[in-house]
Design a protein around this ligand. Structure first.
Ligand code: MG
Length: 381
């Protein structure tokens, strides 16, 4: 039996991970889980699986009284405390936000492989995380569909033969809107993603394509590839999840219906491609066509900003992340316009103090600084 810890169990990726685990209960056992505030869901999980440790942001005394054999953790350091001394084989990190960073590092330090869906881990601290993973001989297995596709397309190849990584993106809710029209788009418009059904934050990040910018930074770290060798291309149908171009001109892509359960399952069982029960196979004949388009970087300024932040490295990923988080939150509260997001993120990047080799504390501080920068910027207007 493989013992796993699932962080972020009540989120979209977390719940789909549970679905996959349910199909493989003869192979996988959940040792510990974390949720945010969804105590009801945590209670359901504790009733269903032989879980030993559980985390929620605030401790629920009623739950603790009901499940006396389970160790409960809460609070800021609770996630790492929950991992301390635990024997397990894989950390599935499906947390959203900076809170995902320290548990990833904790698992790496303990020599445990990480299946990673948490973006902040690599966007903000990719240098530290990948260096530690190498030192501890730990595998970081991507869950995100694009990185899973690249990871699959790289299997069995030599890194020096790779010409470029091709990251595909849907282009988000406004991909067909004229540039001038972007000024007046509403929150409701932005939340209509053409293909994927995701949370509000990531759907906005998809509309601005900041999400793609993050994914370029993640790809750089995960696959140790210079930014010059990572391309982004718009792909309408979200069937080609990304690709690798080799020196001989071969492009190897991974295709499937857009369903996150596939990359989750691959991350859990890599390098195996297991028989699929619960989701549909892709029918190429039915699909008939795949379409692609070049990215217009004037329209998607945040991809460029992200690549620039990535190239600078240091604390700039943390600044990028903090500024964007706050800007998107303000947009979702109808406080700022859609195009204000890119404007303020770019301003934050140029205003930030650059730290070339930041400590983890400096990374956290840079993130907070950027959040405050964005808040103050709009308060001052
Ligand atoms: Mg993605």
């Amino acid at each position: 039996m493989r013992k796993v810890v699932l962080l972020g169990a009540s989120g979209s990726i977390g719940k789909q991970t549970i679905e996959i685990i349910n199909e493989h209960l003869d192979e996988i056992v959940i040792e510990a889980v974390s949720v945010g505030n969804n105590i009801e869901y945590l209670s359901e999980l504790l009733k269903t699986y032989p879980i030993k440790r559980a985390y929620s942001i605030t401790k629920d005394e009623k739950l603790a009284a009901e499940f006396k054999d389970i160790e409960f953790f809460a609070g800021e350091d609770g996630l790492c405390e929950m991992l301390e001394g635990l024997k397990y084989d894989l950390l599935i990190n499906a947390l959203v936000g900076f809170v995902g960073l320290r548990p990833t590092l904790k698992a790496i330090e303990d020599g445990v492989d990480v299946a990673l869906a948490n973006k902040e881990t690599l966007v903000a601290s990719g240098d530290i995380v990948m260096k530690k993973a190498k030192e501890n001989d730990v595998k970081i297995i991507p869950i995100d569909s694009e990185h899973s596709a690249i990871f699959q397309a790289l299997q069995g190849s030599k890194r020096e033969d790779v010409k470029s990584l091709i990251v595909t993106g849907s282009g988000g809710a406004f991909r067909d809107l004229p540039l001038e029209a972007l000024k007046n788009v509403s929150k409701k418009d932005a939340l209509k993603h053409p293909v994927w059904d995701m949370g509000a934050k990531i759907t906005i990040d998809s509309a601005t394509m900041m999400n793609k910018g993050y994914e370029v930074i993640e790809a750089h770290h995960l696959f140790d590839m210079p930014y010059e060798k990572i391309d982004v291309i718009i792909h309408y149908e979200s069937i080609v999840h990304s690709a690798v171009e080799y020196a001989d001109g071969s492009i190897i892509a991974q295709l499937s219906n857009p369903d996150m359960r596939l990359p989750i399952e691959y991350a859990l069982f890599y390098p195996r491609h297991l028989k699929r029960n619960s989701y549909s196979h892709l029918d190429l004949a039915k699909l008939q066509k795949l379409s692609f388009k070049e990215v217009n970087y004037d329209r998607y300024k945040l991809i460029k900003a992200a690549i620039l932040a990535g190239k600078m490295g240091g604390n700039m990923g943390a600044v990028l992340n903090g500024a964007n988080d706050t800007a998107v939150a303000l947009f979702l509260k109808d406080k700022i316009h859609f195009l204000d997001i890119e404007k303020v993120v770019i301003k934050a990047l140029s205003a930030a103090k650059y730290i070339k080799e930041p400590t983890l504390d400096e990374i956290f501080a840079s993130n907070i600084w950027a959040q405050n920068y964005v808040k103050n910027y709009f308060n001052a207007l």
